[in-house]
Write a protein that binds this ligand. Sequence first.
Ligand code: IMP
Length: 429
Amino acid sequence: MKGKGNTLIVGLTWGDEAKGKIVDLLAAEHDIVVRYNGGNNAGHTVAFGGQTYKLHLVPSGIFHKSTTCVIGGGVVVDPKVLLEEISRHEAVAPRLRQRLLVSSRAHAIWPWHRKIEELSEKHQGKGKIGTTLRGIGPAYADKANRVHAIRLGEFLRPEHLRKKVERIVENRNQAFVKLFGEPGLDAAAVWREYAAYGEAIRPMIADTTAYLLAALDKGQRILFEGAQGTLLDIDHGTYPYVTSSSASAAGAWPGSGVPARAIGEILGVVKAYTTRVGEGPFPTELKDALGDQIRQQGHEYGTTTGRPRRCGWLDTFAIRYSARLNGIDGIAITLLDVLGGLPELKICTGYTVDGKALAEFPDDPAALEQARPVLEDLDPWTEDVSGVRKFKDLPRAARAYVKRVEEIIGAPVRLISVGPDREQTIRRR
Ligand code: IMP
């Protein structure tokens, strides 16, 4: 079977599930790691050998020297960030420039994307989305709109691209000046800067779809890396408080260019509690001292923006929805160690609106806004579990917590992470 040996990693909540660690861990068992959605709005953390590395755009498999890393066509690429990230990690990720391929179909993020997003968020006031301000949404909007979009493959034709950039800047400046009363961009300066980036990334630009299809034919193993999480998916998430890409498993097919049936096993990642950054409904949010304690113990501050993350109880009602939507085969639970020492422990098993239990996770943001969590008490534990490597060695209450999650979600917990380092992992068959 074609999909055999391939694995997809997807977040089941609102991102920040520590997928970076899981991708790094499983990259050792795959030949290729492919990022299929989002851009440098993501923040993936990988830790080993006493060092911590933060990644935003390059796949989290870069630290394995024989792994090929692919940025798929579904990703939006800020060329400046790509080059900075390569330079920052090259010393620990040997031959990275030779092992990294960037899809010619991926769209580029330009200064006008960041500027328009900044102005739009500012002018929205209370109605803002709370984006990462990396230009992600405007770049995807241009992709859908087609007229002013630029794919990375166009960097291979600099003269064509120079003229196109001039045309686009002229058009965008009208909006900046006339609508927002802001100064426009200098097309020549933008081109000078980006032409240099284009030269530097040129050797990495490739038809990655053809590359991945050939890899499948050769029986190579592919790991698909989803960024953000299912509840931030443009179609299936808590719209409009979502990102602008397909952040569920559904994005892997268009975002990488391989057939859906090749995708293989799907592993859904959840934190042992739930967090969210930015605006939008979050039924299990703890706006009290307990929420602050989880934030402190879990160091819950955004990898990309540094914003404090909103923290709450594990929302298994939302996760069950995501798990079914993605068709997961197994679960990875991360940051289980963070729950140790909490005075109480609860999980959310359902929602009520006006006292009535909901049958399904709401498709309507207004209903989600009103939803009250149905909470179940579980026994807390006080022990530090960060040194545990076998499931049987976890405290009884921690084992019961994991088993309860499996029971509600209806999928086996395959991996448990008890700390940021690669080694701090419990594997279950
Ligand atoms: P954007 O992706 O920058 O457009 O932001 C849209 C929403 O998605 C905001 O609420 C962001 O905080 C959230 N978001 C985007 N990327 C991530 C991520 O990697 N982790 C968590 N939240 C994210």
